[in-house]
Design a protein around this ligand. Structure first.
Ligand code: ZN
Length: 159
């Protein structure tokens, strides 16, 4: 069966950056199961998987535009330490920020005396992504899975 909209697809994948550093992998965690065509994966992955079949092994190169977006320097901000209400702040910590309409995660990237630099970009923003992919299984999604927008059973939701 081929990957197309409303199919449940099971894949193994390894994601590397352009210098070959592994950023993410399903190895040791089990396959990723998702529903094709509903925006569960970044556009570049769904496009690259469309039409592939069980057993196919291939590479997908994803541009930032089809991945996690361009790196937006305006999303890097300096915040006074006093804004954190006295809690200990360290580089690498993540906080939720934004308004009720749009919540996003910011990461502390630098601390300089009393100024804290926070970055609201996705960690993979602005990066070209290289996926090694193997398609393990393709099947029809059930009506219930489509209604819920996620995969049920092994490797998916249980409820
Ligand atoms: Zn469900």
């Amino acid at each position: 069966m081929q990957v197309s909209a409303n199919k449940v697809v099971s894949i193994n994948y390894t994601l590397t950056d352009n210098s070959g550093v592994v950023l993410d992998t399903s190895n040791g965690r089990g396959p990723l199961n998702y529903i094709q065509g509903i925006g569960a994966l970044i556009p570049g992955m769904e496009n690259g998987l469309e039409g592939k079949s069980t057993g196919d092994k291939f590479q997908i190169k994803v541009s930032p535009e089809n991945g996690y977006g361009a790196y937006v320097s305006e999303m890097v901000q300096q915040v006074p330490m006093s804004a954190f209400g006295g809690q200990e702040v360290t580089v690498g910590m993540q906080f939720e920020a934004g308004s009720d309409e749009q919540r996003f995660i910011v990461t502390v990237t630098e601390i300089n005396n009393d100024m804290v630099t926070v970055d609201g970009n996705h960690p993979l923003a602005g990066k070209e992504l290289n996926f090694d992919v193997e398609v393990l299984e393709v099947r029809e999604a059930t009506a219930e899975e489509l209604a819920h927008g996620h995969v049920h059973g092994p490797g998916g939701h249980h409820h």
